[in-house]
Design a protein around this ligand. Structure first.
Ligand code: GLV
Ligand code: MN
Ligand code: MN
Length: 418
């Protein structure tokens, strides 16, 4: 019996938990600074584990740091139905990115308990470790990566851009037992379906007046590490004609990224330089060296790669014209990921059953469900983001939308687990 379990879902309870989590690493401006593998991240993970335990669910932390609560079904050997997202945030991030997915999954488990829902498949509720790892390390989503055997031992030696510690050290600092990393991998066939609810992080649902987006494909990203090296020199003494100013070259490249992405309107491609540092930093020194990370994404790999090629050509032109040395390296790449038809259809059906308005749509952002989708049937549903703003303190999703999303998630999980 899958009908009616979602009646036990409470939007008010989800909102209370959002507020409680926002106390951990919250900023005065309403934003969040709960970077992965920090004491704040640990506190949020511990609180989530306590909430799971309060529901009577056994909790474990795997060797990659994923926090997992399990609601046993009639057949403990049956493949798992998994739901969740992440509790860590970007620097100056928001209160809903990832958190909405973890708390609605928790709410679904709570509703199943309250309804006495009987099911065959085990249901696992997960906080995937460090989905926002890119805010610190040059590897994305180590938690879900490890579940598909894609976290490499060399990834653990990557250094944090902010503190210099390695990923291994950062994970160890919050008590993750990396000696059990290999066991975090889930074998093929062991997961029946992954369902991740997430905030949209863009404007489309609000513009269309729909409450749920059923994600069909997740955009693929490529990231390039670019270093421009010129000659550090005196800002007062060196005439303009003599200069090899690395920061001026970076400024030109920054605009070339924007121009190349904007020129590719359909299918759309987005290009961003969100990280840049330069040295030294003094008002009286011409900058000698700039490092930037260029992020290019699209659901269309060919369009994305064409834009990336234009950007690389611009970087080479600028370097020659300005007599700069250029280092150009592809640091990561993810292909666009179509989500599993069966899971997409189940989410769509759950929306129809509950009379909640929905539309199919792609995801511009990357997610744990995308990583897990490499090996397991995965699906996602989006709830609206006010003004399309995310990865920002102003990030907001209305409680009524969280509640509708939680009900759809709950119903979809019930259908999959029955
Ligand atoms: C995840 O936040 C991403 O950058 O897509
Ligand atoms: Mn994010
Ligand atoms: Mn997220």
């Amino acid at each position: 019996m899958t009908n009616g379990v979602e009646r036990y879902v409470s939007g008010a309870r989800i909102a209370e938990r959002v507020a409680r989590l926002a106390e951990i690493g919250g900023l005065p401006n309403g934003g969040m600074n709960r970077l992965p593998f920090t004491p704040e991240d640990r506190a949020a993970r511990d609180l989530f584990a306590r909430w799971l335990s309060d529901l009577g669910l056994p909790v474990r932390v795997d060797g990659a740091g994923n926090v997992i609560g399990r609601r046993e079904g009639g057949d403990p050997t049956a493949p798992v139905v998994m739901a969740g997202s992440h509790l860590d945030t970007q620097p100056m991030g928001g209160r809903f990115d990832g958190i909405a997915g973890v708390l609605t999954a928790l709410e679904a488990a709570e509703a199943m308990g309250a309804a006495g829902f009987v099911h065959r498949h085990p249901v696992e509720i997960v906080d995937f470790a460090a989905e926002e790892s890119m805010g610190r390390f040059d590897v994305s989503m180590p938690g879900s990566r490890a579940m598909v055997g894609a976290l490499k031992s060399e990834d653990l030696e990557l250094r944090c851009r902010l503190t210099g510690e390695t990923l291994r050290e950062a994970m160890g600092s919050i008590g993750i037992d990396l000696s059990r990393l290999a066991a975090a991998e889930r074998p093929l066939g062991s997961i029946k379906a992954v369902v991740e609810l997430h905030i949209e992080q863009g404007p489309h649902l609000e513009e269309a007046g729909k409450q749920i987006g059923v994600v069909t494909t997740v955009a693929g990203s490529v990231r390039y590490h670019c270093v421009l090296e010129g000659q550090q020199a005196h800002s007062g003494a060196l005439p303009m004609a003599y200069r090899r100013d690395a920061l001026c070259g970076a400024a030109e490249l920054l605009l070339a990224v924007e121009r190349a992405a904007k020129a590719q309107a359909s299918p759309p491609v987005v290009g961003t330089v969100g990280y840049m540092d330069y040295e030294p930093r003094s008002p009286v020194i011409i900058p000698g060296r700039v490092r930037m990370i260029i992020d290019v994404r699209s659901v269309d790999a060919a369009a994305r790669d064409a834009v990336a090629a234009d950007i690389e050509a611009a970087a080479r032109r600028i370097a020659v014209a300005r007599r700069l040395h250029l280092e150009w390296r592809l640091s990561s790449g993810f292909p666009p990921t179509p989500l599993a038809r069966a899971v997409v259809d189940t989410i769509t059906r759950a929306c129809e059953d509950l009379g909640v308005s929905s539309m199919p749509m792609p995801s511009g952002a990357g997610h744990d469900a995308m990583t897990l989708g490499r090996r397991f049937p995965a699906g996602m549903l989006f709830v609206p983001s006010v003004g399309g703003i995310s990865h920002a303190p102003q990030e907001l999703t209305r409680t009524e939308d969280l509640e509708a999303g939680a009900k759809v998630l709950c119903r979809a999980l019930c259908m999959l687990a029955a």
